[in-house]
Ligand binder design. Structure first.
Ligand code: GAL
Length: 668
């Protein structure tokens, strides 16, 4: 994946079909005023492009595309398959989405389709063929946008159509052997053994207080991600055929809580990685969560520049209470993404709708029009991004990696775990926050396979990597024995990839590397805290663990646990393996991570006031320091170079006002 353009993209989803034609001209004028470079067009236009099966109406789209082109605005053109029209479900009932209760969902929302339905696939591919054929070589098309946020509303379809496809997927995985499947799923539990393939359905809701077999659920999650991926790949291939050389993307959702697709697998099929990110109104640290998601997206892009396809200028409409962004927050959010490798800051959507269920969602052009805080900031952002052109194609490099594993997360989303507080995302975020506060950058990586070389990292973090293959464990051991540092959190390497517990003491394949063994989990109760021997305060989790070769850094002061290990460090040659067996309060986590970093010899991007985010992008011999002041105070920063937004030379230090951003081309 190479830089796909010059300049930072700025614009958003453009839905002209929602507006009378008279507005289209005004749209173009306003886009020019704001400095919009690119729009994503036609995402939800299926019903307007194919009102009846096989009858296409492209005239309006021709006009919009030519209008944009005449103003020099480039287009990320959708193939419009994200929201099937009413006729599809009426004509082909099997094309509709079925939920876990077996209820077939009605038309009127969006994404109402079953990915395994041959009728849906045929119709979606036919539409793609028409659009790609018509516009594949149009000079305004800069990128293709397949579908939209796959799995947002129909991640797992439980219909009979999916059951047939699931069985085929299972036969392929288990080499046609039902006994292999029975072994993998552990079906001798609760009389679940299958004697014929036809007995296997989708893991629909089971009697109260029970849930489907855990490995079946895990395989169903894998299958469901693959089923949607097949839809994407088929549509992408059609586009590649008609539009050679133009990159194809589909917008991911690296957004708090979304985990339905195995994006590591998806990323390999996408020409430019793009994503959507929205802040959670009730999260006071949403800007830190944003940073982690941006780092994840850069990881999916293997470090290359990526595209922020959607975020919001202000409030969204789908949370219980939708917070309006504070003044300058829009600018901070956009620059945070660009700092972490995005070569574009795009939005949902150009003009806030006046009808439909998203009518209270912000846009670049708000209901109030130009006389608004949002519009003024949009125009300012356009100017800022324009002045960042030289940054295009630069990358971020870090000394710390964090393993990110969708499959572990899927398993931890299931019931019947030792504690409902085992929370994959929040555990990782709590650790990430400490790095963020210290301005130490993190690369997000998939669970390493045996061949993967981690040696460019001085520290690898494995947060709650519950499912771990022996190959990954071997790779981590090799990394540590050749001088690397590992930090594993609790509930890591408990099960193999079939979700079978490793026996003989947890965490089976990492016991030797960590130099300890855990004999029993002792989850803490809600709001319960426990003191550690080094004065830290722990919550959520404790366990009965003893060191074999590890040095104990802290143990539980709980007499019932008889001084079990809470934090330890196992020295192996020049490397070390840290274990964090519990969850620490914020201050102690910060202190602990600072110690780990010091021991690993990792320095901060910039030593500055807490709450000032500093990230460096670099290309060839040049680097740029991005600064975002999230505090309410002006902060003095030590730096030398040229500040691109205010166009000022900085000699030694400068003052960054509260809530402001700066991008410094550094003098080396
Ligand atoms: C995204 C979606 C957009 C819009 C937006 C609202 O999930 O791709 O079409 O619905 O959310 O925040």
């Amino acid at each position: 994946m190479k830089p796909w353009q010059s300049g930072i993209w700025f614009g958003g989803d453009y839905n002209p079909e929602q507006w009378p034609k008279g507005i289209w001209h005004e749209d173009l004028e306003l886009m020019l005023e704001a400095g919009v470079t690119t729009v994503s067009l036609g995402i939800f236009s299926w019903a307007n492009l194919e009102p009846h099966e096989g009858e296409y109406t492209f005239d309006w789209l021709d006009e919009v595309i030519n209008g944009l082109h005449s103003k020099g605005i480039s287009i990320d053109l959708a193939n419009a398959t994200a929201s099937p029209p009413a006729w599809l479900g009426i004509k082909y009932p099997d094309s509709k989405f079925t939920d876990q209760n077996g209820i077939i969902r009605s038309h009127g929302g969006r994404q109402n389709f079953c990915p395994s339905s041959a009728n849906y696939r045929r119709a979606a591919q036919a539409l793609t063929e028409k659009i790609a054929q018509r516009y594949g070589k149009h000079p305004a098309i800069a990128m293709w946008h397949v579908h939209n946020e796959y799995a947002c509303h129909n991640a797992r379809d439980y219909s009979e159509t999916s059951a047939i496809a699931f069985r085929a997927w299972l036969k392929n995985k288990y080499q046609d052997s039902l006994s292999q499947l029975n072994r993998a799923w552990g079906t001798d539990f609760w009389s679940q053994r299958y004697h014929d393939w036809s007995e296997i359905g989708t893991p629909k809701v089971t009697p109260d207080g029970t849930s489907p077999n855990p490995t079946m659920q895990l395989d169903f999650a894998r299958f469901s991600s693959d089923a949607l991926l097949e839809c994407y790949v088929a549509e992408r291939n059609i586009i590649h055929r008609h539009s050679p050389g133009i990159p194809v993307t589909t917008n991911f959702m690296t957004i708090r809580g979304f985990n339905k697709l195995d994006y590591w697998k998806w990323a390999a099929e996408v020409d430019v990685i793009s994503t959507d990110h929205y802040l959670m109104s009730n999260d006071p640290n949403a800007h830190i969560e944003l940073a982690m998601q941006a780092d994840t997206t850069r990881g999916l892009a293997k470090g290359y520049p990526w595209l922020l396809m959607e975020h919001s200028t202000s409030a969204v409409n789908w949370q219980p209470r939708n917070r309006a962004k504070e003044p300058k927050e829009l600018l901070r959010n956009s620059i945070q993404h660009v700092a972490r490798g995005a070569d574009g800051a795009m939005f949902f959507q150009w003009r806030a709708s006046f009808a439909g269920s998203e009518k209270f969602h912000s846009g670049l052009v708000p209901h109030a029009g130009k006389n608004s805080k949002v519009w003024r900031e949009v125009v300012k952002l356009g100017e800022f991004l324009d002045s960042l052109e030289e940054v295009t194609g630069s990358t971020v490099s870090n000394k710390v990696a964090m393993i990110w594993d969708y499959e572990s997360w899927w398993s931890l989303d299931q019931p019947n775990l030792p504690s409902t507080d085992l929370d994959y995302l929040n555990n990782a975020l709590a650790i990430y926050q400490a790095f963020w506060n210290l301005n130490v950058g993190i690369d997000v990586i998939p669970p390493p396979s045996e061949q993967d070389d981690l040696s460019s990292y001085q520290l690898v973090v494995a947060p709650m990597t519950y499912l771990m293959s022996k190959e990954t464990a071997t790779s981590l051991s090799r990394y540590v024995s050749s001088g690397g540092n590992l930090l594993a959190s609790y509930f890591t390497a408990i099960s193999d990839l079939n979700d079978h517990i490793y026996l003989g003491g947890y965490p089976g394949p990492l016991r030797e590397l960590l130099g300890l063994t855990i004999e029993e989990f002792a989850p803490l109760m809600e709001n319960q805290t426990v003191l550690l021997s080094n004065g830290y305060e722990a919550n959520t989790w404790s366990e009965r663990a003893s060191a074999t070769t590890a040095n104990v850094i802290a143990s539980y002061k709980n007499p019932a646990l008889e001084a079990s290990v809470a934090i330890s460090r196992n020295l192996i040659g020049n490397g070390s393996a840290w274990y964090l067996g519990t969850s620490l309060n914020r201050k102690d986590m910060h202190d602990f991570i600072a110690k780990v970093l010091k021991d690993a010899g990792i320095s901060q991007t910039l030593v500055t006031t807490a709450g000032v985010e500093a990230v460096r992008r670099a290309k060839d011999e040049q680097s740029w320091l991005f600064l975002v002041n999230h505090t309410n105070n002006e902060v003095k920063i030590q730096a030398k170079g040229f500040e691109l937004l205010t166009k000022q030379e900085i000699v030694g230090s400068f003052k960054l006002p509260a809530g402001e951003i700066a991008v410094i081309r550094e003098n080396l």
